[in-house]
Design a protein around this ligand. Structure first.
Ligand code: FES
Length: 250
């Protein structure tokens, strides 16, 4: 159930170019958040809350980790909050990634700020003994984060568009270089998801479209996408952000 909670900032760290990792303390959210869900954060001076995906949860320490890019005024302002300050948060929001109980190997494919929700998913899958293979895409070397954390779950390929780190190219160039898998889970920019779902047609897959949310509360209609049968539509913020790859048209 979504609740309005006060969270305390336990840590805030620049982990890559314009990329902040923030650890928040809150008992309720840490107990209830599942991979793929997001927090809706009120930032001082901004009327609309910022939807930010959950990158990790530590149940013992009752913390939730979020990762965001300092792109707009809201996230720039959020990045200036200091350790010990509190935030007004709604959460956990949205439907998350559900692991198929029969799956023994998963493929995770993340692009940029689409990487964080896959981290929490990879951790949960790994804890269940599922083999996890990850392909992570970034613009360049300066943007890369969490490579070592994903490596703890299994084989990890890092791809940069300009080739300044890891492999050169796009994540979709590498999906056919890995072995068989049962399901894939992906989050990233719409063109990446479009190309990926085409390439992996016939596989069971789940995609998170969280990058396309704006208001996050069903008010702006910026996140509307058609269903595969073209007869209806879904709001990413209210019906997602996670969908079956076959459910919607990208
Ligand atoms: Fe505004 Fe979904 S993000 S309606």
């Amino acid at each position: 159930m979504i609740r309005r909670e006060t969270v305390m900032i336990k840590n805030s760290l620049d982990i890559a170019a314009d990329t902040v990792e923030m650890t928040l303390h809150n008992s309720y959210l840490s107990k209830n958040a599942i991979p793929g869900q997001f927090l809706h954060i009120l930032v001082e001076g901004h009327t609309l809350r910022r939807p930010i995906s959950i990158a990790d949860v530590n149940n013992e320490e009752e913390t939730i980790t979020i990762i965001f890019k300092k792109l707009g005024s809201g996230t720039k302002c959020l990045s200036a909050y200091e350790i010990g300050m509190t935030l007004d948060v709604l959460g956990p929001n949205g439907n998350g990634f559900l692991l198929e109980s029969k799956d023994s190997t998963l493929l995770l494919v993340g692009g940029g700020v689409g990487v964080p929700p896959l981290h929490y998913l990879g951790k949960k899958a790994s804890e269940k003994g599922v083999e996890v293979v990850s392909i992570l895409g970034f613009q360049n070397k300066e943007s890369v984060f969490y490579e070592e954390k994903f490596k703890q779950f299994g084989k990890t390929i890092v791809v940069t568009n300009d080739g300044s780190y890891g492999e050169r190219g796009y994540v979709t160039d590498f999906v056919q270089t890995i072995g068989p898998f049962d399901s894939y889970y992906s989050c990233g920019p719409a063109p990446m998801l479009h190309a990926l779902t085409k390439k992996l047609e016939g596989h069971r897959g789940y995609i998170s479209l969280e990058e396309r949310m704006t208001c996050g509360i069903g008010a702006c209609f910026a996140c509307v996408i058609p269903t595969s049968d073209q007869l209806s539509y879904r709001k990413i913020c209210a019906d997602g952000p996670v969908f079956s790859a076959k459910e919607v048209v990208l």
